[in-house]
Write a protein that binds this ligand. Sequence first.
Ligand SMILES: Nc1nc2c(ncn2[C@@H]2O[C@H](COP(=O)(O)OP(=O)(O)O)[C@@H](O)[C@H]2O)c(=O)[nH]1
Ligand SMILES: [Mg+2]
Length: 321
Amino acid sequence: MSNSFDKSETTQKNSIWESLKKLRTQVQEVFAEDHIDTNKLMDLEEILILSDTGPKLAAEITKDISKRMKNTKKSHGGKETTEILKEIIKQKLNKLVDVDNLEASFSEAKNENRLVPILIVGVNGSGKTTTIGKLANYFQRQNFTVALAACDTFRAAANEQLIAWGMKNSIEVLESKVVDPAAAAFEAIQASKKKKTDILLIDTAGRLPNNKNLIEELKKIKRVISKAEDRSKKRTWIVIDANTGQNAVSQIEQFKEAIDITGIILTKFDGTNKAGFLLQLSEQERIPILFVGHGEKITDIVDFNPEIIASGIVGTDPANF
Ligand SMILES: Nc1nc2c(ncn2[C@@H]2O[C@H](COP(=O)(O)OP(=O)(O)O)[C@@H](O)[C@H]2O)c(=O)[nH]1
Ligand SMILES: [Mg+2]
């Protein structure tokens, strides 16, 4: 999906760039040499491990750098090595890019008068409700009409938080008097279809993927969605706190096993120093990362962009910006 409607791509680049500052400074320190030797690559390996790349993958990456250095006749200075590392990171992250064009797919649904329900799941405090607030703004800027479904019926304060995001977006928040989240989702879907809303973002209570009862509850919501809008592609997006680091990989895996996850949204990228877990994720996951949240403001969300992240890690200017 293109972010071209945003007032400044540079602002977005800057915020992701800023998020990666700590890791970048460390990488740049290693590569600030005219000759990169094995010792320097070992330093890099350690930095990668500390950023949650995982020891096995970190070793593979430094080995790959060595190999690529040997394959080129060029000098092996910091500048060349930086480019090699950037290329390796980009190649890995590219595997996590969505092959689907969300905007086109949503437009098609709109033309066919189909509602796009999107189920948002994740553990407590990962940023689900905040992300929904940001996505509502994002999709509205692409001229889709959006409504929010309050299906976190667990906490009394949950609805208030969602209603606040609804107000910020000047859109409707569909609440239900029933306690059963699946029934609440059903009502919200019916109401949205009646109003010909384009996209319905369904907020849910946080839960751990190993909690059987709560996962059953999600499955029930999914069944309700399927029945109510059987022609639409099923979209279940997991919201992951980027500070979770490498545990995020197993968290996603567990959720995926329990319910079919179709997209990942990273949040709190602004505070993370564990960005290396993305590299691990790229080795294990084939679920695309759709968006990256990087702050608490409504516009603090960007498309997942490997070029910007790779540049932010190694400290070169991203191409095409
Ligand atoms: N810094 C930062 N904070 C975030 C981000 N996304 C969410 N938060 C904060 O994380 C906390 C939990 O968010 P919330 O949306 O309530 O999580 P939920 O329990 O998954 O619905 C709140 O204080 C949010 O303001 C983000 O991208 N960056
Ligand atoms: Mg919430």
